[in-house]
Design a protein around this ligand. Structure first.
Ligand code: FAD
Length: 293
């Protein structure tokens, strides 16, 4: 099923994101993750794609997406980046996805890898989206968006102008970068709608459940941290169990607020953490079901 069609069938779509293991030796980890996520009420599961990884590493995305489809009978979305790829390499990746009956692709530019000269065939994600649609119109193409502005854009308005090109290139559904302040998402949504972005937009939520995540994710992604979340970080940074509970509670409350304010979809960045994904999904599943009844 195309993800774009989920939005006509449901008032609220709920999806999960996983990533392939970095090392071959940890392949069982992803099997266990998928096994753990199997019973959750996800409309689709997306699988990230390592922009800077080797070809073999990148092919894992397709393998995992295929497994999600064949073994767990959940719709997969395969991420695909273009910053380090030629047209021929992208065409090969598309052929492989088609062979595996994967019809939803999240088209991304990807971040530039330090020390690696980016390839020039696809300067932006919109170029990739257009290429995919022209290569095989049976693919449904998703795209990324940034409620707090992508770091390379001078303003949110400029970023949304570029987002418009992405939509005009064939993207039918957007997923946001993670954010912790719902106010940022609401302001972005209002602006995007006013500027003519009319496709469904899913809100990307990442629960922060460990000290590592505070240091790596929060610092790197540049999302603003509301006072309440900053307090949680400082109060529980050295108490792993309490930090986990508080992080899950914060994300659940954030989702609840989004649902009550009419969000079209929630995309949970699971970080392959089954326990966290399960606790959050279970605490909102009846609310989502009630909205979709
Ligand atoms: P683009 O849409 O190309 O935007 C990048 C910058 O270029 C923006 O500032 C934009 O305003 C500008 N721009 C876009 N189009 C134009 C244009 N036509 N003219 C001028 N400027 C333009 N990374 C991975 O490596 N693997 C993943 O699996 C992955 N998954 C992600 C999933 C989500 C939901 C999100 C939000 C991000 C993900 N990323 C992933 C990170 C992403 O690749 C980076 O954020 C990257 O810096 C931008 O990718 P993009 O597709 O948004 O690029």
């Amino acid at each position: 099923m195309y993800t774009r069609d989920l939005f006509s069938a449901k008032r609220v779509v709920f999806s999960l994101e996983v990533f392939p293991p970095k090392k071959d030796t940890s392949v069982n980890v992803i099997y266990n993750t998928l096994l753990g996520l199997r019973g959750l009420p996800a409309d689709f599961i997306s699988v990230t794609y390592g922009a800077g990884g080797s070809i073999a590493q990148r092919e894992k995305t397709c393998e995992i997406a295929s497994l999600i489809r064949s073994t767990y009978h959940i719709e997969p979305v395969s991420h695909l980046t273009c910053v380090n790829s030629t047209r021929e390499e992208v065409a090969q990746a598309l052929d492989k996805l088609k062979e595996n009956q994967i019809c939803n692709i999240l088209a991304l530019r990807g971040d530039r890898t330090p020390g690696v000269e980016p390839k020039t065939d696809f300067p932006h994600a919109s170029d990739l989206a257009r290429f995919i649609r022209e290569y095989d119109p049976s693919f449904n193409v998703l795209g990324a968006c940034y409620p707090e502005c992508h770091f390379e854009s001078d303003s949110l308005e400029e970023d949304i102008e570029h987002l418009k090109i992405k939509i005009d290139s064939g993207v039918t559904h957007l997923i946001t970068q993670l954010f912790f302040d719902n106010g940022c998402f609401y302001r972005f949504l209002e602006k995007a709608r006013a500027m003519g972005i009319d496709v469904p937009i899913e809100a990307g939520i990442m629960p922060i459940v460990s000290k590592n995540q505070i240091e790596r994710t929060v610092t790197m992604c540049g999302a603003s941290v509301p006072h309440k979340l900053a307090t949680i970080f400082s109060r529980y940074a050295d108490n792993p169990a309490a930090l986990r509970d508080a992080g899950i509670f914060y994300a659940t409350e954030q989702i609840m607020d989004l649902l009550e304010n009419g969000v079209q979809g929630i995309h949970l960045y699971t970080m392959n953490n089954v326990d966290t994904a399960t606790r959050i999904s279970r605490s909102i599943e009846n609310i989502i079901a009630a909205k979709n009844a």
